[in-house]
Design a protein around this ligand. Structure first.
Ligand SMILES: Cc1cc2nc3c(=O)[nH]c(=O)nc-3n(C[C@H](O)[C@H](O)[C@H](O)COP(=O)(O)O)c2cc1C
Length: 323
C-alpha cells in the first residue's frame, strides 16, 4: 500500500486526463498534489462567462477529465479512492484522489483506457448504418455504471421533436451577441493548444440540416454530403442537478464516449438544449423521465478524423503544496 501519489504519477495521469472533451476546448482544469492526494480543480480563469454562466460546462468538462484520471491511475495499478468536492469552502476543487489498495486493472478499464487517445468529437456526417443493439446496450450500461442514465431518442417523430427543441435553443443562443463573440473567439484557423480547430469544426450548416451545428468555422460541404437522415440521438442525464451531479455527469459522459470509441462508433456533442433553461426543461418533459438532462450526443459510424490539440501538461499542473 503506497502512502501517497508521486509527482511522476500525477504528471502521467494528468497527461491522460487532459484528453477529455471540454466546452469549446477551453480545458478549464488544474491538477495538483496535496499531501499525497491528486486534486483536480476548475480553473476559474478558463471559464466561459457568456456560454457557461452557471459553470455547468466547466464542471462537466472536469468530470470527464476526472474519469480519465481514475482510469489512468487504475491501469497503472494504483487505483484511487475519490472524494468529490472535498472542501466545502473551496467549491472549485472538483475531486481529491488518494491511493486505494493496489490491484490489477480490469479488462474494461484497459479497453476504455486504450480509447482515451483515439476519442475525438466527430462533427461530420455519419454513415446511415444503424448503431447495433449490443452497442446501444453497452452505452446505456456505461452511463449507469457512473450513476447516470442514457435515453436514446428513437423513431422519426421523437427525433423530429428533439430537433425542434435543439434548433430553438440554438436560435436563442445565436441571438446573444456575447455568446456569439465568445464562440468566435475559440475558433482556431492556425495551430493552437486550445480552442476548436476549423478542421475539426464540421461542415458548414445547410438549411436542410435536422440538428443545429454549433458554428466552428468548418469547411463548405461537398454536394450531396448530407447528414444521416435519422441520427441516433442520446441524452445523458443525472438524478439531480447539484454541482456534484454535474461532475458525476461529466464522468458518465466520458465513460459513454470512451465506450463508443471502443465500439468503433463516432460521437459529436450538442449542448445547446442543455444551455437554454427552457429547452432543457422541454427536453426533460419530452423524455418523461426523472432527473436532469446533462448532455446530448449524436452517435453513429463516422469517417476517420483527428484528435484536437491540448495545452502542454506543465500549463495545467500546480507544484506540490502543503495544506
Ligand atoms: C460540456 C461540453 C459541451 C459541449 N458542447 C458542444 C456543442 O454544443 N457542439 C459541439 O460541436 N461540441 C461540443 N462539445 C465538444 C467540444 O467542443 C470538444 O470536446 C472540444 O472541442 C475538444 O475536442 P475533442 O472532443 O475532439 O477532444 C462540448 C463538450 C463539452 C465537454
Amino acid at each position: 500500500m503506497t502512502t501517497g501519489y508521486t509527482v511522476e504519477q500525477l504528471r502521467a495521469a494528468a497527461a491522460d486526463a487532459v484528453r477529455a472533451p471540454s466546452l469549446h476546448n477551453s480545458q478549464p482544469w488544474r491538477f495538483r498534489l496535496v499531501d499525497g492526494g491528486i486534486e483536480l480543480a476548475v480553473d476559474p480563469r478558463r471559464r466561459l462567462p457568456a456560454t457557461d454562466p452557471s459553470g455547468w460546462g466547466a464542471r462537466t468538462s472536469c468530470g470527464a477529465a476526472l474519469f480519465n484520471l481514475r482510469l489512468a491511475l487504475a491501469v497503472a495499478g494504483t487505483p484511487a479512492t475519490v472524494r468529490l468536492r472535498p472542501y466545502p469552502g473551496d467549491p472549485d476543487v472538483v475531486a481529491r484522489l488518494v491511493p486505494d489498495v493496489p490491484r490489477r486493472p480490469t479488462p474494461t478499464e484497459q479497453s476504455l483506457y486504450g480509447a482515451i487517445a483515439r476519442r475525438f468529437s466527430n462533427r461530420a456526417p455519419f454513415w446511415p448504418d444503424p448503431v447495433p443493439a449490443d452497442a446501444r446496450w453497452r452505452l446505456g450500461e456505461a452511463a449507469r455504471a457512473e450513476q447516470c442514465w442514457l435515453e436514446l431518442v428513437i423513431g422519426t417523430t421523437a427525433v423530429n421533436a428533439f430537433a425542434e427543441i435543439a434548433r430553438s435553443a440554438h436560435r436563442v443562443l445565436e441571438r446573444d451577441p456575447a455568446y456569439v463573440t465568445e464562440r468566435t473567439r475559440w475558433i482556431r484557423s492556425e495551430p493552437s493548444p486550445d480552442g476548436v480547430p476549423t478542421a475539426a469544426g464540421g461542415p458548414q450548416s445547410e438549411p436542410q440540416d435536422l440538428l443545429p451545428q454549433r458554428g466552428f468555422g468548418g469547411r463548405n460541404r461537398a454536394p450531396g454530403r448530407d447528414f444521416e437522415p435519422e441520427p441516433l440521438v442520446a441524452v445523458l442525464g443525472s438524478s439531480g442537478n447539484t454541482t456534484t451531479d454535474q461532475i458525476v455527469a461529466g464522468e458518465a459522459l466520458q465513460r459513454v464516449l470512451l465506450t463508443a470509441t471502443d465500439a468503433g462508433l463516432a460521437v459529436s456533442m450538442l449542448s445547446q438544449p442543455i444551455e437554454v433553461p427552457a429547452a432543457r426543461e422541454a427536453l426533460r418533459l419530452s423524455l418523461g423521465r426523472f432527473g436532469t438532462p446533462q448532455m446530448v450526443m449524436r452517435i453513429g459510424f463516422g469517417q476517420p478524423g483527428r484528435t484536437t490539440p491540448r495545452r502542454p501538461i506543465d500549463d495545467v499542473l500546480d507544484l506540490p503544496v502543503v495544506r
